[in-house]
Design a protein around this ligand. Structure first.
Ligand code: LMR
Length: 329
């Protein structure tokens, strides 16, 4: 061995152990728009802890809640560009990618129960929908739950006519737009981060969301009334940049996949409870009167919103809407 080769070998041997230890971890930036103390926020934190612990530090997950990095639409672009690696947008927010089928989950009263919803998400329909993201450079890893939505405003919302002319904030989904119009309201699509300020400033007069999202953004402080209508669903797809994900060492990727499975199981156990606690906290705050619908009032809401199905099935796809309706029947 010549002197140069010997020196190289000695240098390699000397740094083998410390250099390995000093190797920079793989960083996953996980951006989302809600507060840490929500079903999604807590599950993102759980995934971070599991991923870091099980990869023994070879992966570092940086969770950025509350639109700290990006707002709704920007975060999808950031994911495709690789500026972040992981997101969990609501199913209402996928149409900018050209995948409109997820808007089926926004159809009013489509899921009679969480059980029926899980049957759709975890079965063939849910898997096929995630596959539609692949050509967009995105891999779908899981569905995360939030819950059924409630409506709020500064007046009681009990009959469809109570919505007439009200400016209501919605997520950017055409189905939600049609739903609010069917009630006679004026929908306005705003990013989640803009919603609480818009309610405070009177830019919009009411909104729909889950109790956990309303409470953690303190939306209830500027909404004197809310109705526990459970008229629609809010859930998420956990997605990653496909190129990044496919490029991970195989052992790391499978460890992360298992961490995601466990974080998802955890998420499902806390979603309902987190929303129940948030509703109770809103009640205790004394700032908002909470209403429930009589069966006759609920029937009137259902009747008013029914035309949304025929208006929107062309956009979403008759096959998807039909398959979901069949699964939940
Ligand atoms: C909303 O914009 O209201 C929700 O999609 C926010 C979220 O991520 O739960």
């Amino acid at each position: 061995m010549n002197a140069l080769a010997a020196a190289l070998l000695a240098a390699l041997l000397a740094c083998a152990h410390p250099c390995a230890r000093a190797q920079a971890p793989i960083v996953i930036k996980f951006s989302h728009v809600v507060a840490p103390d929500t079903p999604k926020g807590r599950a993102a934190e759980r995934f971070r802890a599991l991923a870091e612990q099980r990869t023994e530090g070879r992966v570092k997950v940086e969770v950025y809640p509350n639109s700290q990095l990006y707002r709704d639409r920007e975060e999808l672009e950031a994911l495709q560009l690789g500026a972040v690696q992981m997101l969990a947008p609501s199913l209402a927010k996928f149409s900018p990618l050209g995948v409109k089928e997820f808007e089926a989950f926004d159809l009013p009263y489509i899921f009679p129960s969480k059980k029926a919803l899980y049957a759709v998400l975890e079965g063939r329909i849910g898997r096929n929908l995630l596959r539609k993201l692949e050509p967009k450079g995105i891999t779908g890893l899981a569905y995360w739950d939030n819950g059924f939505k409630i409506m709020s405003a500064n007046k009681p919302l009990l009959e469809p006519r109570d919505f007439r002319g009200l400016r209501m904030r919605i997520q950017a989904s055409k189905v939600l737009d049609a739903q609010m119009r069917a009630l006679g309201a004026q929908p306005l699509a705003l990013a989640f981060s803009e919603t609480a300020p818009a309610l405070r400033d009177g830019v919009v007069e009411g909104t729909e969301n889950t109790p956990s999202n309303m409470f953690t953004q303190r939306m209830h402080e500027s909404q004197a009334h809310l109705t526990v209508s459970n008229h629609g669903y809010l859930g998420y797809a956990v997605i990653v940049n496909k190129k990044f994900w496919d490029g991970l060492p195989r052992d790391i990727r499978s460890t992360l996949e298992r961490a995601m499975v466990d974080a998802t199981t955890y998420e499902k156990t806390i979603a309902q409870r987190t929303n129940d606690e948030a509703l109770e906290a809103i009640r205790r705050s004394g700032k908002t009167t909470i209403h429930t619908l009589t069966p006759a009032q609920e029937a009137a809401w259902r009747r008013a919103m029914a035309p949304v199905y025929t208006q929107m099935e062309g956009r979403i796809g008759k096959d998807v809407v039909g398959a979901i309706r069949q699964e939940v029947a």
